[in-house]
Design a protein around this ligand. Structure first.
Ligand code: SF4
Length: 343
């Protein structure tokens, strides 16, 4: 049977199957996958229909293969949580887990075993977070993540931002979100108003494939940029989705056309059951080197690795400089080497 048009969010295997996103012959094993890792795709993303988008959201039987190096908490959120709901890993910034709910559940998510749990950060937990931040003025930046903080109502999010702004110690708040792309209608004028405030709120849009940039997504980004909200992007490098120079070039170009600065390209984390998405670091570096030669500087993200165990994020892009005796050898974007003597 040919799948019909998708008009509502897909929240279970029946719906994904009816939309042609999963194979009925694999149903039994997919039930096992779906009982381990939540399933949800917005109508906007299901309607795109391309393989690069489908592969990010449709459960896959390869998720049942868990490799020895794969972990429940690959980047150490829990190991660095001074109070529930807050991760404090670097001196000047902390992550606030505002909610565990998302509009989509991505098959490669490094928080895949905790996202989707009911509810948002409770009032008492938020007070404890504020107490910690008050006692720790070295924290100048709070990063709202989740889940996806933009699933919160404008009123609720605005209330949290008001309290954070009132601390008087923060220079910036960052919101990491998939919403403008996967559920653009949720970027309402009311939501935009609460983000446009004296304390700068930077929005980091998570997007992995150029086909995600629908007309509606471009509209949501325009509403944000028109309000003066600075926009950055983060992308996960994923085999079967975007691990090709041409695909990433198209993605980064569409982002700058929509006033979004590509910020991070993440090497995929070692989350459980995600081995089929992982590329090698050498493959990632080769892609970045190729992009350097063909893409404007403002469209170049930093290729980063989150060191497993919560030891932080470091750039792992290709090297262009090596010391040789009393001089340096610099490699240009075409791979040619040049002599450079620094003072
Ligand atoms: S939207 Fe973000 S937090 Fe939610 S499942 Fe996808 S990657 Fe994970």
């Amino acid at each position: 049977m040919k799948p019909g048009p998708v008009t509502s969010d897909l929240t279970n295997l029946d719906a994904l199957e009816a939309a042609g996103m999963t194979d009925p012959a694999e149903r039994e094993m997919l039930e096992e996958v779906a009982s381990a890792f939540r399933v949800r795709v917005t109508a906007d993303m299901a309607a795109v229909g391309s393989e690069g988008v489908r592969a990010q959201f449709a459960p896959d039987i390869r998720e049942l293969s868990v490799l020895p190096e794969e972990m429940v908490d690959p980047i150490g959120d829990e190991a660095h949580a001074p109070v529930p709901g807050l991760t404090h890993r670097y001196p000047d910034r902390a992550i606030l887990h505002a909610t565990k709910v998302c509009e989509v559940y991505c098959r490669f998510c490094f928080r895949r075993e905790t996202v989707g749990e009911a509810g948002h950060l409770g009032a008492a937990e938020f007070e404890a977070v504020l107490d910690y931040l008050r006692a720790t003025p070295a924290v100048r930046e709070v990063i709202l993540t989740g889940g996806d903080p933009l699933v919160l109502s404008a009123r609720r999010l605005g209330g949290m931002l008001d309290r954070l702004e009132a601390l008087g110690t923060l220079e910036v708040v960052r919101v990491h979100t998939r919403v403008p792309v996967v559920a653009p209608e949720k970027v309402t004028e009311a939501l935009v108003r609460v983000l446009d405030r004296a304390l700068p709120v930077w929005v980091v849009v998570h997007t992995n494939h150029p086909d995600e940039m629908t007309e509606a997504a471009a509209g949501a980004l325009r509403r944000l940029s028109r309000a003066g909200v600075p926009l950055l992007s983060q992308t996960v490098l994923l085999r079967g989705v975007n691990a090709e120079v041409e695909v990433l070039e198209r993605l980064f170009r569409v982002l700058i056309r929509n006033r979004v600065k590509p910020y991070y390209l993440h090497h995929p984390d070692q989350a459980k059951g995600t081995g089929h998405f992982r590329v090698t670091l050498e493959e990632g570096q080769a892609i970045m080197a190729a992009l350097r030669g063909r893409l404007t500087g403002i469209a170049q993200p930093v290729y980063v690795l989150d060191i497993p165990g919560g030891h932080g994020k470091v750039p792992v892009g290709p090297g262009y400089l090596r010391a040789e005796g009393d001089h340096w050898v610099v490699t240009d974007p075409q791979g040619r080497e040049h002599f450079y003597r620094a003072l």
